[in-house]
Design a protein around this ligand. Structure first.
Ligand SMILES: *[C@@H]1O[C@H](CO)[C@@H](O)[C@H](O)[C@H]1NC(C)=O
Length: 341
């Protein structure tokens, strides 16, 4: 089977998936797309020990289209290069730009297996382009052909950091923690790091300093690394979610005593740390439902009376003081229901 990637030189990217669909935009530089599995034997574990399969002659494409001006069309035509990934039978592809203006693009192709199957022989392939997508090379050997968790993606550091993180698909049983592969040279080389925990989500970069990483483990630990993943410290338990605020302020919600479904019932607390996990300030002492940090404002939604609409409180000073949000916000939250921001 064949899939093709169409790259517009510069900062724009068009993807064409084979009989599949474009999906989810993890951030502005990452796109994932998937194709419907074309094998008849559903439920069977898909493995691909062979590196070569037969390329199908005429795939049908579903295009994700952008509206372009005539000038943009001319630029597109002059800078479009097509790469056929012949022989790649992956069902899911994640494409990410690494750094600004480096010309480096990484592509991860993975085969999905049915959820309930014991995964054996699965694989992912990693491709790298250093010329804005004119050519790609299979660099899977750099990560020892390890199977990568596609839902944790291809994480590229902020700005021009050239930092990349991939998360290996490590079974929770029989392993003390997960494994990540880190690169500081835009994917020329990778280092494997044994984590002291199993991540429950993709690792999050600080928006300015690529050395600072945060992630929540499957048992609710809030883990921080200040050296791009080499050393990890658990700074809190029972964590539900977190977000970076201004500077190095980190906000996180947690349930105090491992309460079951505290998030659904709005029984969370909100803390912040302004020194990367050394000291903490409790910002919301009870009944927190959800929170977010946007444009310098900390938004929290709090359940004051059971069954009543949630109340929004907004802070412009990192949670020292709160003002109640307008009623329209309350109404909106009440109408949109239980979605967490
Ligand atoms: C790949 O395996 C070799 C041999 O076991 C090891 O030395 C190397 O560090 C591994 N590379 C990565 C990125 O894990």
């Amino acid at each position: 089977m064949t899939w093709r990637l169409l790259v517009l030189g510069g900062a724009c990217l068009l993807l064409l998936g084979v009989g599949g669909q474009c999906k989810e935009q993890r951030n502005r530089r990452t796109v994932s797309f998937h194709r419907t599995q074309q094998f008849g034997n559903h439920g069977k574990v898909l493995s691909r020990p062979e590196r070569d399969t037969i390329a199908s002659p005429s795939p049908t494409f579903t295009a994700c289209t952008l509206r372009l001006t005539p000038l943009e069309h001319r630029v597109l035509d002059q800078n479009t290069h097509e790469t056929g990934f012949h022989g790649d039978d992956g069902s899911s592809f994640t494409v990410t730009w690494v750094g600004d203006g480096t010309g480096v693009i990484l592509v991860l192709s993975t085969v999905s297996a049915p959820l309930d199957s014991f995964f054996e022989g699965g694989s992912s392939r990693l491709y790298r382009s250093a010329d804005y997508g004119k050519s790609f090379h299979d660099v899977s050997h750099l990560i020892n052909n390890t199977f990568i968790r596609k839902e944790f993606g291809l994480l590229a550091g902020p700005g021009n950091s050239q930092q990349v993180i991939l998360t290996a698909d490590t079974p929770v049983l029989d392993n003390p923690g997960g494994v990540i592969f880190t690169s500081t040279d835009a994917g020329v080389s990778f280092k494997s790091v044994q984590l002291p925990f199993h991540p429950a989500q993709p690792i999050t970069f600080h928006f300015l300093n690529p050395e600072y990483l945060v992630v929540i483990s499957i048992d609710g630990g809030l883990w921080l690394s200040l050296d791009f993943g080499a050393v990890w410290t658990k700074v809190h338990e029972g964590t539900q979610s977190f977000t970076w605020g201004s500077g190095i302020t980190l906000f996180f919600s947690f349930s105090p005593k491992g309460t079951v479904e505290a998030d659904r019932r709005g029984e969370l607390l909100l803390k912040r740390t302004e020194d990367l996990g050394k000291t903490f300030t409790t910002v919301i002492h009870s009944n927190l439902f959800s929170f977010g940090y946007v444009g310098g404002f900390l938004f929290t939604s709090v359940i004051e009376t059971l069954g009543a609409p949630r109340v929004i409180y907004v802070s412009s000073d990192q949670g020292d003081h709160f003002k109640q949000g307008p009623a329209s916000l309350r109404l909106h939250r009440a109408v949109t229901g239980g979605h967490r921001s």
